[in-house]
Ligand binder design. Structure first.
Ligand SMILES: *[C@@H]1O[C@H](CO)[C@@H](O)[C@H](O)[C@H]1NC(C)=O
Ligand SMILES: *[C@@H]1O[C@H](CO)[C@@H](O)[C@H](O)[C@H]1NC(C)=O
Ligand SMILES: *[C@@H]1O[C@H](CO)[C@@H](O)[C@H](O)[C@H]1NC(C)=O
Length: 830
């Protein structure tokens, strides 16, 4: 300071005076007052006049004045009492700012002598200023990731006062995160610093509001405060999370593509980019799941992306990651369990696994024909299958094990009735609606030789005309076998037997395959009228089955035998026969009787006699009985008649064409008295025998007629009784015999219903025949009577009674008479 002053060249004088003053001051002391700032007007400061040693009465004359450099009139002196007082408000801070010492320098000047006094008035500080912050609030951003003990300086407060009044202490509102630390810097005072004591968490406390209070040291103290806003900045310290770790989803199979399975919502407590999330399948998720499901990275929706088939897989475990976009990213996890529910989307399947086909028709009930297995891939009721069979006869399904069935024969089979069965096995599951499947099965029934060949009738009647050509086909037997193939292949054979002296096979043969029956040789009615034999039919099964049919071959008569004259009328024997007739005999006298027989039968054996007119003789007195063969006179003989007459007699049968024989009778007319015995004697022995024979025959015929009549009568009565008892049955109705064969000659007819006609229970002799006549040709006047009878009568029974004897019984329903007619007598056969 001194050096500086000495450095001022033009002020040596002033310097000297200042030195003097300083000495004075030092010697006399300098007045020093103090006054508190902000004192009231008029506040007493000091008795300045007295203290300077000035007289009160000198003040005015000596022009006592106080000058203050630039300070105006803060202080004033009362010239009356020489007291310095506060004239106007003194603000220390205004006066001195922040300097610790503050005083007002007064120059007190009095004239005469001029004296200058320096008075120092110290302005004492009072605490009139609170600590002040420059801003009303402070904002600090702190990342939540800051470590403990991190420090964050705050702006401090300032106090316009000085000294104690400016000694600021800070205080922080109570909080758990920060404490206040004060840093003192040498010149610049104290600075508050926030120190992190507890880790921040934005997610918990994104913002903190603290109050920093500054207090000065004055008495009384003043405080000032500022709000400190702490913004906690986000750090990626939170992983995205799902609200559950496992989500269970149930869904039906066969969902449409893109059906939503689950919408995952993860949350991230962070903010901004730290909470932006990306969903993805975890790396653990196998490819199959990645194919079946699709996750939307942005939204977290999991959707179906492929066919979901319960039967394929029924549970999916999907691990999902969610990653935020912070740095470093954080990952959250969850598991989605997708349980696939079954739908009835699978039809049952029917498999026929094994077949024992074809089934033999004699298979036992219970025979297993096929094994059937059914399956359904669905589960629960959807997979429960019920099997049914149509038609359910004659097979049935037997459940052997769950879903395995046997097709079992339930009743007996017969290939001949039904040769194959088309079975349908239907499997139906228990879903709703239920699905079904069916399998059809053709069960063939294999043939077993259980049917013998069968003839349509048990016996056949065949009519064959005699004199057939050798080897002619007379009949065809045919048997039907209901079996199949070789079991139905029928072969025919003759059941061999003896016919008289000969073997049957010399008469007939049967073609093994065709069943044609051939007559091997010409048949002769006169030798064999009825050939009865059996044809056997056998099939080719193993073992073979067979049956027999009876053939009755009637050999029909042909007119192949001419009438034969009996001795003595035989032409070749002794020429003509001579008869002696007395001229005196009357008309109608029987002269002789011509006898002839015919080996044929029926009309073919019915003989008639005719007298052929002799040459020249205009008028013969003789005639011959048409059927009797009796030669008798027609009138009285007279002289005109030649004594010897030759009568030519024609014997004719009724065959077609008729066969004839002739004989000549020589009649010699003798006068009365002449005995004819001579001529007769020649043939007496023969005639006697003949008469005796005729007598025997007549008795025989009568006896037979009587017996036969009785028999027929009995039969008729019995029949009539039966018919009257049961008239509706019709079995015994007369008439309508079925005609099987008719010959032009007379119609020997054979009735199929002959047993009915003759009343069933007691069948008559097998050779009884019904005879339905037709008009025989060439009816003469004499046989019209017989014919008439035949026409009127309904039944004609032909009896083969005694050997060689044939007779006809006819019954006339009009007259109720039984007529017996003997057609001829085969005397030769006696
Ligand atoms: C996810 O959010 C969506 C839309 O708000 C909602 O439909 C869905 O159910 C939520 N997912 C879960 C699993 O809560
Ligand atoms: C399902 O839809 C997606 C997208 O449209 C497609 O890629 C996928 O092939 C579909 N899946 C099936 C099975 O159709
Ligand atoms: C057929 O006739 C023969 C010979 O009489 C006999 O052996 C056989 O048993 C008969 N067959 C039948 C099926 O009656």
């Amino acid at each position: 300071m001194l050096i500086a002053r000495s450095g001022l060249p033009g002020a040596r004088c002033l310097l000297l005076s200042l030195l003097l003053l300083t000495v004075w001051e030092a010697g006399s002391g300098q007045l020093h007052y103090s006054v508190q700032e902000e004192a009231k007007h008029g506040t007493f400061v000091g008795r300045i006049a007295q203290d300077l040693g000035l007289e009160l009465e000198d003040l005015v004359p000596r022009l006592f004045r106080v000058a203050s450099k630039g300070r105006g009139d803060l202080l004033e002196v009362n010239l009356q009492n020489g007291i310095l007082f506060v004239n106007s408000r003194i603000d220390r801070e205004e006066l001195c700012g922040r300097s610790a010492e503050c005083s007002i320098h007064l120059e007190v000047i009095v004239d005469r002598p001029l004296q200058v006094f320096h008075v120092e008035v110290e302005v004492k500080d009072i605490n009139d200023n609170p600590p002040m912050f420059s801003v009303t609030e402070q904002k600090i951003s702190i990342p939540e990731s800051r470590l403990l003990d991190s420090r964050f300086p705050l702006e401090g407060a300032s106090d316009a006062d000085v000294g104690e009044n400016a000694m600021i202490t800070y205080k922080l509102s109570s909080n758990e995160f920060f404490i206040l630390n004060i840093i003192s810097k040498k010149d610049k005072g104290k600075f508050p610093v926030l120190v992190l004591r507890k880790l921040l968490d934005r997610e918990e406390n994104p913002q903190l509001k603290l109050l920093l209070t500054a207090t000065d040291g004055g008495k009384p103290e003043f405080t000032g405060s500022v709000s400190v806003f702490i913004f906690v900045l986000d750090a990626n310290d939170n992983a995205p999370t799902f609200d559950r770790s496992v989500y269970e989803v149930k869904m039906y199979e066969n969902q449409l593509n893109q059906t939503l399975v689950i919408w995952l919502n993860a949350s991230d407590a962070d903010e901004g980019i730290n909470k932006e999330m990306v969903y993805s399948f975890s790396s653990l998720v196998p490819a199959i799941i990645r194919r079946k499901f699709l996750i939307n990275e942005m939204t977290g929706e999991i959707k179906v992306n492929d066919y979901i088939d319960f039967e394929d897989r029924n549970i999916y475990e999907i691990h999902v990651d969610v990653t935020d976009k912070g740095a470093p990213p954080m990952v959250g996890h969850c598991t989605v369990l997708v349980e696939v529910l079954d739908e009835n989307d699978n039809s049952p399947e029917v498999v026929v696994t094994s077949l024992a086909l074809p089934v033999e028709e004699n298979a036992q009930v219970g025979t297993v024909v096929a094994l059937i297995s059914v399956s359904d891939q669905d589960s629960g009721a959807n997979g429960q299958v019920i099997c049914s069979l149509t038609p359910h006869i004659p097979f049935k399904l037997v459940s052997t094990f769950k879903n395995y069935y046997s097709l079992v024969l339930d009743s007996t089979l017969d290939r001949e009735t039904i040769s194959e069965y088309e079975l349908v096995v239907t499997a139906r599951d228990g879903g709703s609606p239920s699905l079904w499947a069916s399998a059809s099965l053709l069960v063939e029934v294999a043939d077993v030789n259980d049917n013998a060949p069968v003839f349509a009738q048990s016996e056949y009647t065949v009519f064959v005309k005699e004199n057939n050509p050798p080897g002619c086909h007379i009949f065809t037997v045919s048997a039907h076998d209901a079996d199949a193939r070789e079991n139905a292949l029928v072969s025919y054979s003759l059941v061999e037997r003896r016919v008289g002296e000969r073997a049957l096979s010399s008469y007939v043969s049967v073609h093994a395959e065709s069943g044609k029956v051939y007559a091997l040789q010409p048949l002769d009615h006169e030798e064999l009228e009825l050939l009865q034999f059996q044809v056997s039919a056998r099939d080719s099964g193993v073992p073979p089955l067979g049956s027999n049919v009876t053939l009755q071959v009637f050999v029909l008569d042909e007119n192949d035998n001419a009438p034969a004259l009996l001795r003595p009328w035989t032409q070749g024997a002794g020429g003509s026969v001579s008869e002696l007739v007395s001229r005196s005999v009357g008309a109608g006298h029987v002269v002789a009787k011509v006898r002839a027989v015919d080996a044929d039968s029926g009309y073919n054996a019915w003989l008639s006699y005719e007298l052929l007119p002799a040459k020249g003789s205009a008028r013969s007195p003789f005639r011959v009985g048409l059927y009797t063969g009796e030669i008798s006179t027609t009138r009285l003989l007279d002289e005109a008649d030649a004594p010897s007459q030759s009568l030519l007699i024609l014997v004719k049968d009724h065959g077609e064409p008729a066969l004839t024989a002739t004989t000549t009778v020589l009649v010699s007319l003798v006068e009365n008295g002449q005995t004819p015995k001579a001529s007769l004697r020649a043939s007496a022995g023969a005639a006697d025998a003949e008469v005796a024979l005729v007598d025997v025959n007549v008795y025989l015929i009568i006896a037979i007629c009587a017996i036969s009549s009785l028999l027929v009568l009995t039969l008729l009565l019995y029949t009539a009784l039966r018919c009257s008892e049961a008239p509706t049955e019709g079995a015994c109705r007369p008439g309508k015999p079925t005609l099987v064969c008719s010959s032009a000659v007379g119609s020997w007819s054979y009735s199929q219903q002959r047993r009915q006609v003759c009343s069933g229970e007691s069948p008559p002799k097998t050779d009884l025949m019904a005879f339905s006549p037709s008009i025989p040709p060439g009816s003469g006047s004499g046989d019209s009577g017989v014919q008439q009878e035949i026409f009127e009568n309904l039944f004609l029974f032909v009896g083969h009674g005694v050997k060689g004897l044939k007779y006809i019984f006819s019954f006339n329903p009009n007259s109720f008479m039984i007529i017996c007619k003997i057609l001829y007598i085969e005397l030769s056969k006696f």
